[in-house]
Every structure is written in structure tokens, then in C-alpha cells.
Design a protein around this ligand. Structure first.
Ligand SMILES: Cc1cn([C@H]2C[C@H](O)[C@@H](COP(=O)(O)OP(=O)(O)OP(=O)(O)O)O2)c(=O)[nH]c1=O
Length: 207
């Protein structure tokens, strides 16, 4: 009998791995893609997320094709973009960037887009774009200074981590919570299941 098809996660994000594990999927390999994630001039948030998820999947596929053990795997990549209107917020690395993001997000709605891109063993590309609307409470300068001091925002789109202290800023979420953290589980699992990946196989040892 053939075993379960192999699964490669094209991501270096510990959050994406943890979310997949939560769904009972243990990747056979991680192939983070080292690509330039700068939005192009005037690029809209949805297009940016779609383009980067695809580019990450393509880069990982190249490395999978060169690996005798992994050839023919499912490959999954994702990209998360936080936006206020048409404006894409950076993946904050500096205190100033994070503070500016939080000033923009304070007391208003923003959108989090995660694009997922799945490459099937036959090398078809399947893509989905998921949108979540988030409303933050009003943040004053003291709130912002205290938050940037905690550091959890580093490397995160929009300069915050909803799964951390920033969860206390959330007044309302419309849509998928896991989409904000970086991998929309319902849509990811539906996509994988629809392409014949045995989703429930990993549920046996869950506790
Ligand atoms: C908004 C938000 C984003 N994030 C994270 C998810 C992603 O890891 C990151 C957005 O950057 P991405 O470029 O989507 O992902 P990444 O560079 O971290 O990982 P890779 O490209 O290797 O897959 O921000 C949170 O963890 N919590 C949040 O609330």
C-alpha cells in the first residue's frame, strides 16, 4: 500500500508550523523560502499577499524537485499582509516601525489578508486569499510604548501579534482568527482535503 503523500511546509514561521500541528499535520520537511518580500510600488494588499505566497511556493518547489526524498510532495506556502485601506503595513523590525503601525491601527478597523498557495504532487498550483477584519481599541502613547517594550511584535506583519498581548487590543474580529496568526486553518484544511491529502490520518494521536 502507498503511504501518506509527503508534506513540505514552505515557511520559517513557528506560528504556521504550530497551526498545522494543531490540525494534526506534521510536515516531513520545512523549506522556508528566502525571497524579497517588499511590496511593489502601488501594490494592493491582496495582490501582494497572493504574489508572495506564490513566490514562496515556487522557491520551495525548486528545492523539493532536487531532493529525491521529497519529490512529489505537497508543498504549502503562505503570506500574511496587514493593511489599513490600500496601505500595506510593514513587517515591523524596529521600535519606530511598530509604534507607527500601532498609531495607525488604534481605534479603527484594519484587514489581515493571508494568501495560501498549495502545490500538488502533480505540480498544480492552488491558491486562496482569506480576509479577516479586525478592530483595535484606542491606544494612547503609554499603551504603545508599553507594547513595543514587550518585543512580541518583531517580525510580525502590522507590528503586532494577536496571539500575544495584542490580543487584549482586539475589540472585534470578523472572519478567521487563525488567518491573522498566519494560516487560515479551515481554508487550508479544505484545500488540502480537496486535493486528496489525508487530513484525518493525523487526528488519531491527538489528545
Ligand atoms: C498580524 C499577525 C501576524 N503574525 C505573523 C504571521 C507571519 O509569521 C508574519 C507575517 O509574515 P510573513 O511574511 O507572512 O511570514 P514569515 O516571513 O514570518 O514566514 P515565512 O515567509 O517563512 O512563511 O506575521 C502573527 O504571528 N500574529 C499576528 O497577529
Amino acid at each position: 500500500m502507498l503511504g501518506r503523500p509527503k508534506f513540505v511546509l514552505a515557511s520559517g514561521s513557528p506560528r504556521r508550523l504550530a497551526l498545522l500541528n494543531q490540525a494534526g499535520i506534521e510536515p516531513d520537511a520545512l523549506r522556508p523560502a528566502d525571497i524579497d518580500e517588499t511590496p511593489t510600488r502601488g501594490e494592493l494588499p491582496r495582490s501582494c499577499a497572493n504574489r508572495l505566497a506564490r513566490a514562496k511556493a515556487e522557491a520551495a518547489l525548486k528545492s523539493v524537485q532536487l531532493d529525491d526524498d521529497l519529490r512529489g510532495s505537497f508543498v504549502l506556502a503562505a503570506d500574511t499582509v496587514v493593511a489599513v485601506g490600500r496601505r500595506i503595513l510593514p513587517k515591523a523590525e524596529l521600535v519606530d516601525e511598530a509604534s507607527q503601525c500601532l498609531r495607525l491601527l488604534s481605534g479603527r478597523n484594519h484587514r489581515v489578508y493571508t494568501a495560501i498557495c498549495l502545490v500538488t504532487p502533480k505540480e498544480s498550483f492552488r491558491q486562496r486569499l482569506i480576509e479577516t477584519k479586525v478592530r483595535f481599541k484606542r491606544l494612547n502613547e503609554d499603551d504603545i510604548a508599553a507594547y513595543v517594550g514587550c518585543g512580541e511584535w518583531r517580525g510580525k506583519a502590522g507590528g503586532y501579534a494577536v496571539q500575544g498581548i495584542a490580543g487584549t487590543f482586539v475589540v472585534k474580529i470578523v472572519g478567521s482568527y487563525t488567518n491573522i496568526v498566519g494560516l487560515p486553518l479551515y481554508e487550508t484544511i479544505s484545500l488540502l482535503g480537496g486535493e486528496g491529502f489525508p487530513i484525518r490520518a493525523g487526528w488519531l494521536n491527538a489528545s
